[in-house]
Ligand binder design. Structure first.
Ligand code: ADP
Ligand code: MG
Ligand code: ZN
Length: 475
């Protein structure tokens, strides 16, 4: 029997507000433990939460960017459970009436567009952090993170493979980054994902029992964990047993998921509306203003790049991967209007270098206008493409401009016909044997001659002119 995986993702995105969701404490990461806390986020009795308006507007941005419907009235609820990182004994979240529902995003998979439904987006507060130091006899708790705002984005079970899960997550991350509401860092935990996985016989229209996978802190872990969980569930069914609904942890070292606890049901949490917080009312005006403030989103930008710059979809997809990269590209184009040449240089040369050094485009050692200057010098024949690569490396390591490097190192391309002709004559005089073979029909030897002339001129001869002169002399 053939099985089909069914996957739904729950994504928690930490919002980049200055202050927490229900108090004025700073959200800043990395401060000494328990220094960004107050009676409200410590859960002292008698204090009252006050909703941070910025959190609402960030959640609205995400809702609009994912085509969700924003509720005119939504509510906060208490989700009750005990854990040492949760001083109040309940988490303030949204339950029955979330801020937004019924959206979707489009992902691209094997060149095809696929729509993944978004069930809901809701706001909630983060819990604190337990610190288990093997050198210490006890665990410790840092409450700086309690009350840091989160949105949870719940997908429909529309995902059908680990690759689709990866594509969905990447697209979602690109959106939160474009919106500037979350820094999208999975390794640092500001963008977290739980994966719900089940399998069913292909063609069936009912769902199988799902397990929920946690501890997935990179794209690779998400994809690997789902792939292994699908295989595990198949084995369970082939053995004639039933999949148990439970929460499982991804064990990176062992490359498998292990059972953690039975999956709790919603009623276990005794949700009820938080009596300390008023219903949240959002009017049409606020929604319209927020809509107008939305930046151009990744999918629209990609389409525009294909249309306006005649770029292949692949290029446009990479270049719009982040807003900063897209801006870099467009800055270059403004200075040197040859989009495909720029795209090739950014994707092939610049990104290669940045990736190797673990840098982002924001940390590029070469500014967009400087790269454009280099490409202009290549385009007008001042340097060859090959020398331009050398100049590029030199620009990256010294921070000097292309023109300065070319002047200092005497790298200007030789386009003077008589100088090139002399070099060609020299090469031909040294290789009578090859000339004979060339004239006997081994036309591929032209490459050998060009290479010799380029070497003799330290790569500075204009290759086009070299080819022309050689062709004339050899015919
Ligand atoms: P819970 O908090 O109980 O996990 P949520 O509604 O927050 O419930 O999330 C449920 C997630 O599980 C959604 O992303 C949904 O698409 C997914 N899901 C529901 N049923 C299945 C299933 N049978 N197989 C895979 N995923 C599922
Ligand atoms: Mg869940
Ligand atoms: Zn506080």
């Amino acid at each position: 029997m053939e099985f089909e995986p069914v996957i739904g993702l729950e994504v928690h995105a930490q919002l980049k507000t200055q202050t927490k969701i229900f108090c004025g404490c700073a959200t800043q990461f990395g401060a000494p433990p328990n220094t960004h806390v107050c009676p409200v986020c410590l859960g002292m009795p008698g204090v009252l939460p006050v909703l941070n308006k910025k959190v609402v507007s960030y959640a609205m941005k995400m809702a609009l960017a994912t085509q969700c419907t924003i509720a005119a009235e939504s509510r906060f609820a208490r989700k009750n459970y005990f854990y040492p990182d949760l001083p109040k004994g309940y988490q303030i979240s949204q339950y029955e009436l979330p801020i937004a529902e019924h959206g979707h995003i489009d992902i691209e998979i094997d060149g095809q567009t696929k729509r993944i439904g978004i069930t809901r987006i809701h706001m909630e507060e983060d819990a604190g952090k337990l610190i288990h130091d093997p050198q210490q006899p006890q665990s410790r708790v840092d409450l700086n993170r309690t009350g840091v705002p989160l949105i949870e984005i719940v997908s429909e079970p529309d995902i059908r493979s680990p690759q689709e899960a990866g594509a969905y997550l990447r697209q979602l991350r690109a959106i939160v980054r474009y919106l500037g509401i979350c820094d999208g860092n999975m390794e640092e935990g500001s963008f977290r994902c739980d994966a719900n996985v089940s399998i069913r016989p292909r063609g069936s229209d009912t769902f199988g029992t799902r397990t929920e996978l946690k501890n997935l802190n990179s794209f690779k872990h998400v994809e690997n964990a789902i792939a292994h969980e699908i295989e595990r569930q198949k084995d369970v069914l082939f053995d004639g047993e039933a999949v148990v609904q439970e929460t499982r942890l991804w064990n990176v070292a062992k490359n498998r998921t292990t059972g953690m606890r039975g999956k709790e049901e919603a009623h276990d949490y005794r949700y009820f509306p938080d009596p300390d917080l008023l219903p949240l009312v959002i009017d049409e005006d606020w929604i319209e203003t927020t809509q107008r403030e939305l930046p151009e989103l990744p999918t629209d930008k990609k389409e525009r790049f294909i249309r306006d710059y005649q770029l292949p979809g692949y290029d446009a997809g990479i270049l719009t991967g982040s807003r900063a990269l897209a801006d870099y590209f467009e800055d270059c184009v403004r200075n040197f209007p040859q989009p495909k040449t720029i795209s090739n240089w950014i994707m092939g040369t610049l990104l290669g270098k940045l990736n190797a050094e673990g840098k982002t485009i924001e940390q590029s050692p070469i500014a967009a206008s400087e790269l454009a200057d280099l490409l202009k010098l290549m385009d007008d024949g001042t340097v060859s493409g090959k020398i331009a690569k050398t100049v590029f490396e030199e620009m990256a390591s010294t921070g000097k401009s292309a023109q300065t490097i070319i002047d200092e190192k005497g790298l200007t391309q030789v386009s003077d016909t008589s100088a090139i002709e002399a070099a060609v004559d020299d090469v031909l005089a040294k290789h009578p044997e090859e000339i004979k073979r060339y004239q006997e029909g081994n036309k591929k030897l032209i490459g050998f001659f060009v290479g010799q002339v380029m070497r003799a001129t330290q790569g500075k001869a204009n290759p086009k002119i070299v080819n022309e002169i050689l062709a004339a002399k050899l015919s």
